[in-house]
Design a protein around this ligand. Sequence first.
Ligand code: NAP
Length: 221
Amino acid sequence: MSRAVLITGGARGIGRAAAARFVAAGDRVAVVARPSPALDATARALGVVALAADLADADACAAVAARAAEALGPIDVLVNNAGVIHRQALTEQPLAEWEDTFAINLRAPFLLAQAVLPAMLERGRGRIINVASIAGTLGTARAVAYCASKWGLIGFTKALSEEVKGRGVIVTALNPGSVDTRMLAGSGFEPDMTPEDVADALHYLSVAPAAIAGAALDLFG
Ligand SMILES: NC(=O)c1ccc[n+]([C@@H]2O[C@H](COP(=O)([O-])OP(=O)(O)OC[C@H]3O[C@@H](n4cnc5c(N)ncnc54)[C@H](OP(=O)(O)O)[C@@H]3O)[C@@H](O)[C@H]2O)c1
């Protein structure tokens, strides 16, 4: 069955690979990123719907979910993948970077889940998959905002999973280690996985048995 899949941060990296993986499985896909030639190129290359939006803008989140449902039909799978990291020592970190991190990594998943959940509950089915990080299970230097947002996203996942338990909506998180993308470049960490490895795991979470609800799956490569 072809499903309607909304993937944030789908212009490049893990999100782009995930879009390709879901398309290969026969799903209808929309990807969100800020307007750029990369977003348009991804949409053309993969045959997916491009939704240009800045997820740091709270109003844009509900609007983009509505545009996705208009283009694809009711959303079956939401992959909250868009994320940012501002690598900085605590004492040097401007408040704006903390706020930007939390807006994109945690508030956008909250708002997008709020937007798609009612229709999922009404239909008695749906998947919400949050791309957190191994950094949401441990601490990394020069990344207090990023780590805190990802620990928060895992908590969000587990709480929402409990809230919708038994109603057909399965909420999970994926915690990748080091993946070969632009985000990792310059971090000092060597990649252990390709974006395609992570995309396979995201697809798995979209079809995994319902008993996986609430899990935050670590992925080390
Ligand atoms: N790479 C790793 O080692 C690693 C490890 C663990 C977890 N993760 C997580 O995996 C997810 C994907 O990361 P990646 O490695 O694929 O990074 P990436 O290559 O930097 O891609 C990030 C994606 O998020 C989008 N994005 C960023 N800010 C946005 C905004 N304000 N509005 C809309 N879209 C926005 C970007 O598009 P635009 O910039 O064009 O808007 C891009 O498509 C993130 O949540 C990240 O935290 C990554």
